[in-house]
Design a protein around this ligand. Structure first.
Ligand SMILES: C[C@@](CO)(OP(=O)(O)O)[C@H](O)COP(=O)(O)OP(=O)(O)OC[C@H]1O[C@@H](n2ccc(N)nc2=O)[C@H](O)[C@@H]1O
Ligand SMILES: Nc1ncnc2c1ncn2[C@@H]1O[C@H](COP(=O)(O)OP(=O)(O)O)[C@@H](O)[C@H]1O
Length: 287
């Protein structure tokens, strides 16, 4: 039915908590930037109403898979009688702070909306996505952004520097909910402005608690810091550092102990998903 569609990773270039909602959810300030690296999805047409998964993470039941949930949500919202079999090629570690599950869901919403000509606007899709996870809207919109609220109030940042990043994955699984519940977590950061961030302010409030709970995270942060300032993305476990060129990022990655996996990727201020969507529109226009 279709060629593959990218579901890129994100980094949180900084991540602060400035308060809490009445329901206990934390109010954040963060900057999202995409990477030209991630999962990919292909879609095969199926009889009306059927949504299934051909491949996918083995330890993730089909009904819980955010891709499957996103396709079902789109059918439910639009009342369309389409069916689809999803082929997810997973490259991003689950629960790595790279937003893989949210990105997969956003790609399903954006791609199927286009392939099925469902006619929902980007804002409609972002609102639908928010029901699946706080990080889905930024992947739907596809622009690097300053984010507030739980991550859904977005201001585009089209001119961020686009360095090469070394991203390293400590061999540990972090439970997001546990870190958010940690009594030592700083929850009262003074709100920053975009200008403060662009002048170098801001860190990741989860770093001290992740360091304390997961020695492997502390080891990776310290090891990567020998090459460039290293930071946690999201609630971790992945750690990243920026480099001026690809070779320097690869050298740093190579120099780290072999037990940690990682990759090198370029930062992007427009998501590869948006590029793919535009390519489809151009191809259709030419046909
Ligand atoms: C921290 C961020 C930053 O990008 O990234 P990740 O590390 O997950 O990629 C996200 O905001 C993660 O948002 P989201 O993807 O919705 O988190 P979930 O795993 O669903 O949240 C698990 C639990 O963490 C707590 N939680 C989550 C988000 C938030 N703003 N406040 C919270 O208190 C809630 O207890 C929630 O039930
Ligand atoms: N398609 C999917 N890919 C990854 N995780 C998924 C998916 N569907 C559901 N999940 C769930 O979402 C959780 C968060 O995954 P992910 O978005 O990859 O990490 P993070 O939120 O740390 O960036 C996973 O632990 C998993 O239980």
């Amino acid at each position: 039915m279709s060629e593959s569609w990218p579901a890129p990773a994100k980094l949180n270039l900084f991540l602060h908590i400035i308060g809490r909602r009445a329901d206990g959810y934390h109010l954040l300030q963060t900057v999202f930037q995409f990477l030209d690296y991630g999962d990919s999805l292909a879609f095969e047409s199926r009889p009306g109403g059927q949504v299934s998964r051909a491949e996918g993470p083995r330890d993730l039941p089909e009904a819980d898979d955010l891709c499957v949930r996103a396709a079902r949500l789109l059918l439910q919202e639009t009342g369309l009688r389409e069916g689809v079999r999803l082929r997810l090629r997973k490259r991003l570690p689950m629960g790595g702070g790279l937003g893989g599950g949210s990105s997969d869901a956003a790609t399903v919403l954006v791609a199927l909306n286009a392939l099925w000509r469902a006619g929902l606007t980007t804002d409609d899709l972002a609102q639908l996505g928010l029901r699946l996870g706080a990080d889905v809207p930024v992947f739907v919109h596809g622009f690097a952004a300053w984010a507030e609220g739980v991550g859904e109030r977005l201001t585009p940042l089209p001119d961020l520097p686009v360095p090469w990043y070394a991203v390293v994955r400590p061999t540990v699984a972090i439970a997001t909910a546990e870190l958010f519940a940690d009594p030592k977590l700083t929850r009262d950061c003074v709100p920053l402005t975009i200008r403060d961030f662009l002048s170098g302010a801001g860190g990741n409030v989860f770093e001290p608690v992740a360091r304390a709970r997961y020695p492997a995270v502390a080891q990776v942060l310290d090891a990567l810091s020998a090459y460039a300032p290293a930071r946690l993305t999201g609630t971790g476990a992945c750690v990243f550092a920026a480099f001026a060129d690809e070779a320097s990022a690869r050298d740093a990655l190579r120099a780290l102990p072999g037990e940690w996996s990682g990759f090198v990727a370029r930062g992007c201020n427009t998501s590869p998903l948006q590029d793919r969507l535009r390519r489809m529109s151009v191809d259709e226009g030419a046909a």
